[in-house]
Design a protein around this ligand. Sequence first.
Ligand code: TPP
Length: 325
Amino acid sequence: MKLEKDDLIKLYKNMVLGKKIDTITIEGLAAGKVVSFFHSGQGSEGLAAGVASFLRDDDYIYPHHRGHGIVYLISKGFSGTEFLAEHFGFAGGCSQGISGFHSVDPEHGVLGSSGTIGSQFPLTLGWGLAAKKNGREQVAVGCFGDGSSNRGTLHEAFNLAAVWKLPIVWVCDNNGMAQYTPIADAYPREDIADLAAGYDMPGVVVDGMDVLAVHEVMQAAVARARAGEGPSLIEGKTHRFRAHSEGSPDVNHFEPRSEELIEKSKKRDPIKLFEKKLLAQKILTKKDIEKVDKELQAEADEMDRLATASGKPDPSILDKMLYAE
Ligand SMILES: Cc1ncc(C[n+]2csc(CCOP(=O)(O)OP(=O)(O)O)c2C)c(N)n1
């Protein structure tokens, strides 16, 4: 798929709007408005938009937990208002606020998630099996971090997906850290993509900060899946710009990451890198970029307002959602 001007702008907007909602969630947590916690996705916007922006509505996706999936979700058509309201524990959330941070939207192929690292593999496997049985050339995308690359569930799911030739694209967001553990302490090789060879599927490493490079490898993996040729693995090398979890001690206490390293990694901010390309290719001018920024800020603020206005859910919702009549 050749990207036209509108497609490039769509990719850009998904990244920028996702980051704005991520930022509102960070501020909401600091203000005591977010009911659970927040793992910001800043630094992973290029990988997420490159993976999810051109999927079909009926393709399934299990987003990575960074930013609780916001850039994947926005790119897939999920409502930012529902995302925020769910994090605020408010009635306008996708689960009327009772999950605190999980996203679900069957119309856009978001079938739910789990807080347990490693659970995305068997769930995506099942969705891939459903996609194959449906016979509509749907694809299931299962995202995970480097920290779950050593879970047994990954190996079981990779194996069956390959044996059954399921239409699955596995996407690893490798930011080099699992909370406070550097990947080198938990995995013996350089590239997670090397795991693919053992399951007879293509495995590619891509610069996760370069949305266009991600888009390209994603298109190839999706085409292979839709053609019935089976799963693929994409590993995007990224950087995590913020703490593992907002508000938890990061650089100064537990985590072996220096301020210098984080500042250096921010020089390759995926949004800034893409902006440079869009300017160089004369797709957008500096003025256009300012205009887009203003418009998306207004859009994100309106989502925040609507989410907040939806208010606390009626407590009886718990009974209604937990028990069938
Ligand atoms: C089974 C399990 N163990 C531990 C956790 C706590 N936890 C949440 S995110 C995370 C780090 C995961 O690292 P990675 O998969 O590399 O993703 P990242 O957060 O770096 O993007 C951990 C340990 C969990 N949710 N589930």
